[in-house]
Design a protein around this ligand. Structure first.
Ligand SMILES: [Fe+2]
Length: 190
């Protein structure tokens, strides 16, 4: 299942940093899935990997109408490709409620909503370390940077903190996400 998901990712998503972002969300989701819904952790990983599948195909900047299709279009592609299931589709659509209006319902929806921004946030923190290596990053700097609202201002603190709604304290989430991303540092180029 994962091989096919990677194939689809490479077929539709050409932008390098978006692919890296997708791999990062994949490993964070996998780790969260193993904790919260172990029997479905492969689906959690796939949802993470493919959540931004349509990002190269929609003109977010110039078309409000197209930006509202984020997630919806990704699911359209996956249906056409005969890949995935309704649980995965729902999480992909609900990962960005602000653009398409699809509400978060399942525990996986809630997890991906928090996992998406924390990957960019950890990347931004890594890049201000002197050696720019993710293996040097400490959980306590993630926690500290959460309070510095001017740092990586685009990273949605409320979304990241909403992980607590599904029973994971933020510090634990930060640690799990950091370790997951450290495990694929080469792939992330960090
Ligand atoms: Fe994303």
């Amino acid at each position: 299942m994962r091989d096919q998901a990677v194939e689809l990712l490479h077929k539709y998503l050409k932008t390098e940093y978006l692919r890296k972002h997708s791999y990062a969300v994949e490993v964070v989701m996998k780790a969260l899935g193993e904790k919260l819904e172990p029997e479905k952790s492969d689906e959690w990983a796939i949802a993470g990997l493919l959540h931004d599948l349509d990002s190269d195909l929609l003109d977010y900047k110039n078309s409000e109408e197209e930006s509202r299709l984020h997630g919806i279009k990704a699911v359209e592609i996956l249906r056409k490709e005969n890949f995935g299931n309704e649980y995965i589709y729902q999480a992909i659509k609900a990962h960005d409620e602000y653009t398409n209006g699809v509400k978060r319902k399942t525990i996986m929806d809630k997890a991906i909503y928090a996992a998406d921004p924390i990957t960019g946030f950890i990347t931004a923190i890594t890049l201000v370390y002197p050696d720019k290596k993710i293996t040097s990053v400490k959980v306590k700097s993630i926690v500290k940077r959460m309070k510095e609202l001017r740092f990586a201002a685009g990273a949605n603190r409320d979304a990241m903190r909403s992980i607590e709604e599904i029973g994971i304290p933020f510090d634990e989430f930060a640690q799990l996400s950091l370790e997951a991303m450290q495990g694929i540092s080469d792939k992330l180029g960090l």
